[in-house]
Write a protein that binds this ligand. Structure first.
Ligand code: NAD
Ligand code: ZN
Length: 379
């Protein structure tokens, strides 16, 4: 089969690799029809992780079931399915409680929890930027989509990661109807957090970034764009909230955070959140803060030890929630919003490519070239 393969820092190629296949009776084999490039792929793409060369990338996948293992009961050949990026077993102590991002059995590394497709340190699984994908524990890890799946595949594919993750950011931040929310990052995840806050009837959604095209996307859904290259974003949030700060804040950038001058400060968004969220406000952090490259030349990045103003967080009595999204907690409900015509998350899509054009898609998305907001690949 053809697949997007990691070759080294900022190098991916489309190559022929051995077909994905059923390996265990609980597996499902999916012919991938839609798969996205994610900001999380850039952690591998930019060479910050120990992701093996030759491995297939891609954790935001949707497709048609072409084969099921002998122990699969629920999913059938012909079903159109969307896979959460988390690979979970469904029966461990964490999965039982809905914490599928922290599954205790699917990551074989001792002491680790949580697995994903085509991801460094998240188990040995290949990704779905390919013609075929092996889905472990298929009954658990396939969300069977309704009959409009094919015509709305660019909407449903967002259920694999970025929409549930954006929703999770607002859940961690405890966003309620009528509240004000500030979101740092207008990448695909930040835009989905803004969309989620809007759907939850937040009274004011403010989105911070410096890319005009991404800020314009935020404005499309009625959010207030805050361009931090013009003036400090904290000042702008304070002005918009009459000096009180936002009720809730979401971090959707991660350790790629940098200032508009291009100097890298992975703690910048955290400090800005502590400053621009009100006393006793709540902050949800879904941006990734754990570089895994032990040889990283930059001390700030080592071991994820990123200092931020904890003292001020404490003084303001703020609460902070973190981590990967347990996609299965949200994807069925969000699927219903799409099916019933209440939501169309595909508004975030800027480009649809064929598999062979994926390397160019990575280059543009990695450079945040104007207009390259979210890349969808149709193998
Ligand atoms: P992205 O890199 O395309 O978007 C990040 C945006 O943040 C960019 O538009 C950038 O200009 C902006 N930015 C950079 N520095 C900033 C700053 N100081 N202040 C405000 N904005 C700033 O990536 P994405 O796909 O939107 O993903 C965002 C983060 O979410 C990544 O770290 C990704 O790995 C993470 N993520 C987490 C989960 C999870 O389960 N927790 C899931 C998916 C993605
Ligand atoms: Zn993703």
């Amino acid at each position: 089969m053809r697949a997007v393969v990691y070759k080294g820092p900022r190098q991916v190629e489309v190559e022929s690799v051995p077909d994905a296949r059923i390996e265990r009776p609980t597996d499902v084999l999916v012919r991938v029809t839609t798969t996205n490039i994610c900001g999380s792929d850039l952690h591998m793409y930019e060479g910050r992780t120990d992701f093996e060369t030759g491995r297939v990338l891609g954790h935001e996948n949707l497709g048609e079931v072409v084969e099921v293992g002998s122990a699969v009961d629920h999913v059938r050949v012909g079903d159109v399915v969307c896979m959460p990026f988390n690979i979970s077993c469904g029966f461990c102590a964490n999965c039982e409680r809905g914490l599928t991002a922290y599954c205790l059995t699917t990551n074989p590394e001792p002491g680790m929890a949580g697995a994903a497709y085509g991801f460094a340190d998240m188990g040995p699984y290949n990704g779905g930027q390919a013609e075929l994908l092996r889905v472990p524990y298929g009954d658990v890890n396939c969300l069977v989509l309704p009959d409009d799946a094919k015509e709305k595949q660019n909407d449903y594919v967002m259920l694999a990661d970025i929409w549930p993750t954006g929703w999770h950011a607002t859940q961690l931040a405890c966003v309620q109807a009528g509240e004000t929310v500030v979101i740092y990052g207008a990448g695909p995840v930040g835009l989905m957090a803004a969309y989620s806050a809007t759907l939850k009837s937040a009274s004011k959604v403010m989105v911070v970034d410096r890319h005009p095209d991404r800020l314009a996307k935020a404005e499309e859904i009625g959010a207030i764009a805050i361009d931090d290259s013009k003036s400090p974003p904290v000042d702008q949030v304070m002005e918009l909230t009459k000096g009180l700060g936002a009720d809730r804040g979401c971090e959707c950038v991660g350790y790629q955070a940098h200032d508009p001058q291009g100097h890298e400060h992975p703690n910048m968004t955290l400090n800005n959140l502590v400053k621009s969220v009100k006393f006793t406000g709540t902050i949800g952090v879904v941006g990734v803060f754990i570089p895994t490259d032990p040889g990283s030349p930059d001390d700030l990045y080592k071991q994820g030890e990123i200092a931020f103003d904890y003292g001020m967080l404490w003084f303001k009595g703020q609460t902070i929630g973190n981590g990967q999204c347990n996609v299965k907690n949200y994807n069925r409900a969000l699927m219903s919003l799409i099916h019933e015509g209440k939501a169309r998350p595909s508004w975030v899509v800027s480009h649809e490519l064929e598999l062979d054009d994926a390397p160019g898609g990575y280059e543009h998305f990695d450079r945040r070239d104007p207009g390259w907001t979210k890349v969808v690949i149709h193998p």
